[in-house]
Design a protein around this ligand. Sequence first.
Ligand code: HEC
Length: 311
Amino acid sequence: MKKYLIALLTLCGFMGSHAAWAQTEGSPWFAKMQAMDSSQLTLLIILAIILGVIVLLLVLMIYLMSFMSSVLRKENPETANEPSGWETFKERFVTGKMDPVGQEGHKVMADHSYDGITELDNFMPPWLQYVFIGSVIIAAAYFVNYSVLGTGPTQIEEYEEELKIEAIAAAERNANAKAGIDETTVVFDESAGALAAGKTIFEGNCAACHAQDGGGGVGPNFTDEYWIHGGSIKDVFKVVKYGVVEKGMVPWEEQLTPEEIQQVSSYILTFKGKTAAVPKEPQGDLYSASPAPAAVEAPVTDSTTVIATVE
Ligand code: HEC
C-alpha cells in the first residue's frame, strides 16, 4: 500500500508542477479553467471527486483480489505450486523466462569478466522487445506519412494552422467587445475608418432629419455647441440608441449594431464648429466637455451669431 501511496503522491506532484508550468505558458486549458464560472467549476470539482473515488475503489479492488488469491492459494495445497496468473503474465510479457539463481551457467559470458564479475547473455526482456518492435512500426508509419506521402502537416503548416486559429479567436474577441459597447463604455472613435463608416450611416439614415451637413431640420443642429440631451459621446450614443420617441427621434437600437451607433455618434461629434448651409437655431443647453455644471445659458435664437461665435 505504501508503494501505491508514493505513486499517487508522485502523480500529484507531477500534475501540480505541470499546472504551475502551464500557468506561465498560458496554456489554453488553464485559460479555459480561469474563464469558467463558479457553477462550472463546482461541476468540475464534483466530477474530479467522483473520478478520484472510482480510481480509489479500483485500486482497493485489485488489492483485495490479490489478497484473496494469496489466501486461497495457501488453503489449497494443490494449486499452491501452480504459477499464479500474475506470474504467468510476468513471464510472458515482462521479464521472460528467468533461470533460477545458480543455474544460469550456460549463459555466463566468461570472456566478459571484470574482477570476477561476469555477464549473463540473457535474451531481451519481452516488454523491451515490444517497445522496440512498436517503435520500429511507428517509425515506418511516421516516415511514410510525413516523408513519402507528405500527408502529415509539417511544423510550418502546424504553426500556420495555429496562427489561423488565433486570428479567428482574436476576431471573435474583437467582435464580442464591439457587440458589448453600450452607453457606459462607448468612446469617441476618431479613426478614419470609423468616421467614414459613421458618415455612410448618417447619410443613409439620419440626414433626412438632421441634414447632410448636420445643420438640422426636423432634428436639431449638430454644428453648434447646444445639445438637448448632452454633447458627450455617451449622451449622443444614448439618444441614438434609445431615441426620443415622443419628440420624433427614432430609436436605432434595432436597426444599428452597437459598433455602428458608436461610429455614427463619433461622426456626429465631428460636425461641431463646421458651418452648415441652412443651420437650424440652437436648441438645448450649451455643452462644454470640461465639467462646468453651471454653464447653462439661455439658448441664443439668432443662428447667425451663434455660428460666428463657434470657433
Ligand atoms: C425622423 C427624423 C429623425 C431621424 C431619421 C433621426 N433623428 Fe435624430 N433627432 C430627431 C429629433 C426630432 C430630435 C430632437 C429630439 C428632442 O427634441 O428631444 C433628434 C435628436 C437627436 C440627437 C440629440 C441632439 C441633442 O441636441 O441632444 C442626436 C444625437 C440624434 N438625433 C442623432 C441621430 C442619428 C445618429 C440619426 C440616424 C441614425 C438620427 N438622429 C435620425 C429626429 C430624427
